[in-house]
Design a protein around this ligand. Structure first.
Ligand SMILES: Cc1cc2nc3c(=O)[nH]c(=O)nc-3n(C[C@H](O)[C@H](O)[C@H](O)COP(=O)(O)OP(=O)(O)OC[C@H]3O[C@@H](n4cnc5c(N)ncnc54)[C@H](O)[C@@H]3O)c2cc1C
Length: 474
C-alpha cells in the first residue's frame, strides 16, 4: 500500500463493467452484498460501446436503406441517400441511452461505482489508478473479487492498429465517412457482419480468410447462404489467403495476401479492417499478487460456479473463455454473484445460443446432428425451409431453413440450427425447449401464431416426427 493511502473495504469487488461485470455487480447488489464496480473506460464494456450494440445499430440502419432501395418487387421505388453523420449520431444515441441505463441500474441496486484502472495488490487488495491529472489512486480491500475485464482485438504481425489505415472493429464502427474500398481480414462473424454493413454503404469490400472456409465453426449449410448473400451484395470473399503485409500507395494502401503455396495477391484499398479474433484482458491485472495464473491463451480457468483456482476470486465473461459472447458473460456474472451470496447457483452450458447478424442471419443452440451422434444419441432431425413459410414470403426473405435436432428415443430436443430471416430471435424457442427438457411433441403441440416465422420451428418439429403438413416429410 502506498504511504498515506486509506483502504476502503467491500464484500465484492467487480473489475470491469461489461455485460459480465455489470450483471455480476447488479445481482450482488440485489442480494444485499456491499459491491464496488471498477471501470476504466465506459459502462457497458465492449458490448455496449464497441461491439454488439453499435454493430447491430449499423446493421439495422444499413439494412433499412438496402431494403428500401431493393423493394421494386413490392412496388416500392426508392433511392435512399445515406447521411453517414446522421447514422453515426443515431447509433451513438442508442449506445448512450444504454450505457446511461447501466449506470442508473447499478446505482439503483446500491452498487458503488469507481472510475479507474484496477490491478491486484495483495491477496485481498486491489489498487485503482484514477485517470486524469493528479487524481491519484485508491486501495480497495475485498472479501471476494469478480474479474470481468473482457477482451481486446488480436493484432497480426505487420498489421498493428493505427486507427487510420489499419483499423479494428472498434474504429470501423465509428468511421466518419464511408471508405471507397475496404479489405477485411478474417471471415468470422465480426468480419462477415461488418462486410455486410460496408457493402450496403456502397464500399467495395473484399474479405480475405486464411482458412478454406468462412464462418468456421458453423455448419456448411448454415455458412453457405451467408456467403451467397454476401456475394449478392458484391462482397468478394477470398478463402485460403493469409494477409501478410501492406504498404502505402499514392492514395491508399495495398494489402498483400499469401496462399499456403506462396502465391501472392495484392488488393488496393482505402483501409484494412483486421477482425481475426479477440484475446482476454488478463495481462494488466497483476494476477501474481493473488497467486492466479492464466492459461497459455490468457484465459482464466473456472469451475461450474465461475470460481477460479483462488477460492475468493471469480472470473466471468470473455476472460473466462469461449464462447466469447455477451449473454454467456451475463449468465456467468449472475452465477458468480449468487455463489458469493451463498446461493446454490451453477453454470450449465448445454444451451448457449449464438447468432450471426448477416443476411440471412444464423442462429444456433445446443447440438448439431453430428454432435448428438457423437454424444451417443440416435438423432431425429426435422427441417423446414423458409420458402414454404407464408410469413417468410410476405417479408421477401425466403432463403434458409429451421432445423431441429432431438433424441429419437425420448423425443427430447437437443439442438437447433437456423439460417434465414430473424434466425437470431427464432433460435430462442429451441433454446427454451432444451432448457425445459421439452420434447418434439411438446413443440409440435404448441400452437404458434399464424402467419409468423416461428411456425417454421413448429413445422420442423412436426417434420422430425414425420407428420409435417406444409412441407414434404423426410
Ligand atoms: C464488433 C463486435 C460485435 C459483437 N457482437 C456480439 C453479438 O452480437 N452478440 C454477443 O453476444 N456478443 C457480441 N460480441 C462480443 C461481446 O461484445 C463480448 O463477448 C462481451 O462484451 C464480453 O463481455 P465482458 O463483460 O466479458 O467484457 P467487455 O464487454 O469487454 O467489458 C470489459 C470491461 O472491463 C474494463 N476493464 C478492463 N480492464 C480493466 C481494469 N484493469 N480496470 C477497470 N476496468 C477494466 C473495460 O474497459 C471494459 O469496459 C461482439 C464483439 C465485437 C467486438
Amino acid at each position: 500500500m502506498v504511504v498515506g493511502d486509506i483502504a476502503t473495504g467491500t464484500d465484492v469487488l467487480v473489475i470491469g463493467a461489461g455485460p459480465g461485470g455489470y450483471v455480476a455487480a447488479i445481482r450482488a447488489g440485489q442480494l444485499d452484498l456491499d459491491v464496488t464496480l471498477v471501470e476504466k473506460d465506459a459502462y457497458g464494456g465492449t458490448c455496449l460501446n464497441h461491439g454488439c450494440i453499435p454493430s447491430k445499430a449499423l446493421i439495422t440502419a444499413t439494412g433499412v436503406a438496402h431494403e428500401a432501395g431493393n423493394a421494386e418487387a413490392m412496388g416500392i421505388h426508392a433511392d435512399p441517400a445515406i447521411d453517414m453523420g446522421g447514422m453515426m449520431e443515431w447509433k451513438d444515441g442508442v449506445v448512450d441511452q444504454l450505457t446511461g441505463g447501466v449506470e442508473k441500474l447499478c446505482k439503483a441496486n446500491g452498487v458503488n461505482l469507481v472510475e479507474g484502472i484496477a490491478e491486484f495488490d495483495g491477496e485481498n487488495r486491489a489498487r485503482v489508478a484514477h485517470g486524469g491529472d493528479g487524481q491519484g489512486s485508491e486501495s480497495i480491500e475485498f472479501e471476494h473479487a469478480i474479474v470481468a475485464t473482457g477482451s481486446r482485438p488480436v493484432e497480426i504481425p505487420g498489421f498493428e492498429f493505427d486507427g487510420e489505415r489499419v483499423v479494428s472493429s472498434r474504429e470501423a464502427l465509428s468511421l466518419e465517412s464511408v471508405p471507397d474500398s475496404l479489405v477485411i481480414v478474417g471471415a468470422g462473424y465480426i468480419g462477415m457482419e461488418l462486410a455486410g454493413v460496408f457493402a450496403k454503404l456502397g464500399t467495395d469490400v473484399t474479405v480475405v480468410e486464411m482458412l478454406d472456409e468462412a464462418l468456421v465453426g458453423f455448419a456448411d449449410d448454415l455458412a453457405k447462404p451467408v456467403v451467397d448473400g454476401m456475394e449478392d451484395l458484391g462482397v468478394e470473399i477470398r478463402l485460403g489467403e493469409a494477409a501478410s503485409d501492406w504498404e502505402e500507395t499514392g492514395d491508399g494502401i495495398s494489402v498483400t495476401t499469401e496462399t499456403d503455396e506462396g502465391e501472392e495477391t495484392n488488393y488496393d484499398c482505402e483501409k484494412v479492417l483486421v477482425a481475426v479474433g479477440r484475446q482476454p484482458v488478463t495481462d494488466t491485472l497483476n494476477l501474481e499478487a493473488i497467486g492466479l495464473e492464466p492459461d497459455e491463451n490468457g484465459f482464466l480457468q473456472t469451475d461450474d460456479r465461475a470460481r477460479t483456482d483462488v477460492e475468493n476470486v471469480f472470473a466471468v465473461g470473455d476472460v473466462a473463455g469461449e464462447p466469447m459472447l455477451a449473454h454467456k458473460g451475463m449468465k456467468e456474472g449472475q452465477v458468480a454473484a449468487e455463489v458469493v451470496a451463498g446461493e446454490a447457483s451453477a453454470l450449465d452450458y448445454q444451451a448457449v445460443p449464438a447468432a450471426v447478424f448477416t443476411e440471412p442471419e444464423i442462429g444456433t443452440v445446443g447440438m448439431t446432428e453430428a454432435e448428438a451422434e457423437e454424444a451417443g444419441f440416435e438423432p431425429a432431425v426435422g427441417q423446414m425451409p423458409f420458402r414454404a413459410s407464408g410469413r417468410a414470403l410476405t417479408t421477401g426473405h425466403t432463403d434458409g431453413f429451421v432445423r431441429i435436432v432431438a433424441d429419437a428415443e425420448s423425443g427430447f430436443v437437443l439442438g437447433g440450427q437456423i439460417v434465414g430471416p430473424e434466425a437470431s430471435e427464432l433460435i430462442a424457442e429451441i433454446g427454451l425447449a432444451i432448457e425445459l427438457g421439452a420434447t418434439l411433441e411438446d413443440v409440435a403441440a404448441t400452437i404458434h401464431t399464424h402467419p409468423t416465422l416461428s411456425e417454421a420451428v413448429h413445422e420442423a418439429a412436426e417434420n422430425a416426427l414425420g407428420h409435417a403438413i406444409h412441407t414434404l416429410n423426410r
